[in-house]
Design a protein around this ligand. Structure first.
Ligand code: ZN
Length: 201
């Protein structure tokens, strides 16, 4: 499974001058929704990810994703693992479980996103799962943005990775892009104006 070519073929690997959610600038941007707009592709990716997780021997009851970005990947992963799928969402800036979703004591939960960058949202979800009595047994993403250490990759954990160190992180591949502080961005220095693709692109 070459996740980079899947993103490229779907037109989900954008080239230009972008403002990332962290505020840093990059010449590339991942638009996972473009990959997941094709249910067959989403199924293919989730099946490969589920296989990796299953082969690790970890027991899973439920997949929980941070909305909105992680919902489709989380749902497809849950389907491939044949477990329950729930999501957390932000209300007034705080991540919450709403819509009647409940967590049983000791319920084993995988937190799934489309892409894990530093893992900030995933860790917000991990916190509420733990507070509700659940157990975070793994993190999962279609791809790793190159800051966290995924199972089977040589790319080391960077200091800004927020994921729990003692919980495995499964992803299908790594995307390593150049990233710049806004005041140190060579594209800005060349006079180009960065755009924020996000949900609007
Ligand atoms: Zn820039």
């Amino acid at each position: 499974m070459n996740v980079e070519s899947v993103y490229k073929e779907a037109g989900a690997l954008l080239e230009g001058h972008f403002i990332l959610s962290s505020g840093n600038h990059s010449n590339r941007y991942l638009q996972s929704a473009k990959v997941l707009e094709n249910p067959a592709t989403a199924e293919l990716l989730a099946t490969a990810l589920a296989k990796m997780i299953r082969e690790s021997g970890i027991e899973i009851d439920t997949v929980c994703a941070p909305a909105l970005g992680g919902v489709i990947a989380g749902y497809e992963l849950a389907r491939a693992l044949k477990v329950r799928s729930i999501f957390a969402e932000r209300k007034d800036g705080t991540m919450e479980l709403r819509r009647g979703f409940e967590i049983a004591k000791g319920e084993k939960i995988v937190i799934c996103e489309d892409i894990i960058t530093t893992g900030g949202s995933a860790m917000e979800v991990a916190k509420i799962i733990t507070e509700l009595g659940g157990e975070v047994v793994a993190f999962a993403a279609l791809a790793n943005r190159g800051f966290c250490k995924r199972e089977g990759s040589e790319i080391p954990r960077a200091s800004n990775c927020k994921l729990l160190e003692n919980v495995p992180f499964f992803a299908l591949g790594d995307f390593e892009f150049a990233m710049y502080e806004p005041n140190d961005c060579p594209m800005c220095k060349d006079g180009s104006v960065a755009i924020k693709p996000g949900s609007r692109a």
